[in-house]
Ligand binder design. Sequence first.
Ligand SMILES: [Fe+2]
Ligand SMILES: [Fe+2]
Length: 234
Amino acid sequence: MTSLADQSTAQLGGPWSILARQKRDHVRLDELLHELASSTPGAEERRVLRSIARLVFPHAFAEESVLWPQARRLVADGEALTLQVESEHQEVNELWTSLETLPPTGSERREVLRRLAEVLREDVRDEEDHLLPQLQEGLGAAQLRVLGLAWEVVRRTAPTRPHPVVSRRPPGNALAALPLTVLDRSRDVLDAVADRSPRLWGRASRASAGLAGAAGRVEQWGPMRRGERPQTSR
Ligand SMILES: [Fe+2]
Ligand SMILES: [Fe+2]
């Protein structure tokens, strides 16, 4: 069993296989984490964090709803391996949520950012070194491409922000996908408007905060938590 890190694109099943798609995102994440480490607190750091959120949350949401259920069916210790990765995703969601309430500078924020980068890197290693190579053993190149397409479709239409309360597993996360995606992506548009136009900053920020409140209420709805394991519940 060889880590994805040590395999060529051809060995991963071609550029459209789920393994090559995963590796491309993980490489991009590593670049962004280096940018984050060298960014100055304030606008620059916020910009890099936003890029990381837009990459990480849809990526992980699509893993939880499309990939890990398959891994639990196909991989011998899929239950334990996917639970480990889901616990890392849960920690990322919780750290990010706490970041949103902390002042823009200070030791507490620095510590949250340090742990965030650390757990994101641990998640990549667990996936590339253990979980995904095991999934690879059970699937041919054509199946890897089909799974890659399914993951990509969900990733492009998934929530873009942390949601620590919703289930990390189906059926809860599948039910949550549509309303949270609409709310998150509307907030992304409003935040971009607020960034670009000082005149509209107040109105756009208030509207975004209103949608954040709505997302919080959606998350609390009981069916969104169905399928959750105690290890990833909050
Ligand atoms: Fe991943
Ligand atoms: Fe992940």
